[in-house]
Design a binder for this molecule. Sequence first.
Ligand SMILES: NC(=O)c1ccc[n+]([C@@H]2O[C@H](COP(=O)([O-])OP(=O)(O)OC[C@H]3O[C@@H](n4cnc5c(N)ncnc54)[C@H](O)[C@@H]3O)[C@@H](O)[C@H]2O)c1
Length: 310
Amino acid sequence: MGLSDNPYVTAENGHGDLGNIAGGLAIITGGASGIGFALAEASIRRGLHPVLVDIQDDNLTAATGKLEAAANEAGVSVFGWKTDVSSLDSVEALKGAIRERYPNTPVSLLACNAGVGSGGGVLTGSNRDWEFCFAVNVMGVIHCIRTFVPDMLEQGAPGSVTATASQDGLCAGQNVYGVTKQACIALMEGLHQELQGRLTSHVLCPQVTATNIVGSERYRPERFGGPSQLSPAYQTFMDRFKSEGVPPSEVADNVFNAMQTGTFYIMSEAEQDPGYIRLQVETRMNSILNGERPFRPRSPWHTEIFSPRR
Ligand SMILES: NC(=O)c1ccc[n+]([C@@H]2O[C@H](COP(=O)([O-])OP(=O)(O)OC[C@H]3O[C@@H](n4cnc5c(N)ncnc54)[C@H](O)[C@@H]3O)[C@@H](O)[C@H]2O)c1
């Protein structure tokens, strides 16, 4: 089906009216915390049934509980399912569970959002660090897309696919995490072209957001080396993220706005740091086009948050 034949999606990659997707499922990986949880709250406000998918069981139970009242009021249901997106078997089990629970409900939103903020540098990261970060931040997205998108194309109802990358995927590549986020953007660009407008697709590139992302080592699976406690310095760093970062609810609203208007690259900027994501993109592209060496510019806000000052 070409763009012009598609009854649901405009060539601009947006739904126009999000009422078109109300009543469907919003499958949200990493849904128990941070941006994923905010996406679940925003889904309820748009009449979608959130399916929270997360590796952290306790957080999942707490998160689904927190959403119950709003869901009841909106006339939608909440479903949570423990899944490790880095395991294809686990994602396929998720699909089975969703089919059993919602045999006839279309998937209106697949939000491949789960991610880990681990890794270290290109040289300082261990092989396990590389494997862990790629398994969740890249293979996790691929597993979900390959498991759910073929059915979304067949369901005869409109839908959207998003993945959460980062501003780190847009600037000159740096460290293990950044490389995974560059890969995430590239895979969404590839998917977008293959979809040819049959579903809308978007890639979220947030700045520092007030979440638990800095604490991912606390639940690293055993096969990637197992969990470890955060050092006091890292705990301070996480607290700083949570007090100074962009509220996750703003980031989630940016995603739904993009689904409406058709924005592919969702540059979710901090109001304290206007223009910084754009500057990173321009700097990278100028380096490529002008034969210069790669360089990531800093902003005062970004430098302050990442400095080991406190
Ligand atoms: N917070 C930021 O500053 C920021 C900036 C740019 C991008 N991001 C990206 O946003 C996404 C969401 O993270 P967040 O900031 O909300 O952090 P978060 O830690 O609060 O939430 C991430 C969630 O993903 C879950 N998760 C991790 N590994 C998983 C796995 N293997 N299977 C299933 N679930 C898993 C975690 O349990 C957690 O609940 C991530 O992809 C992250 O890389 C975050």
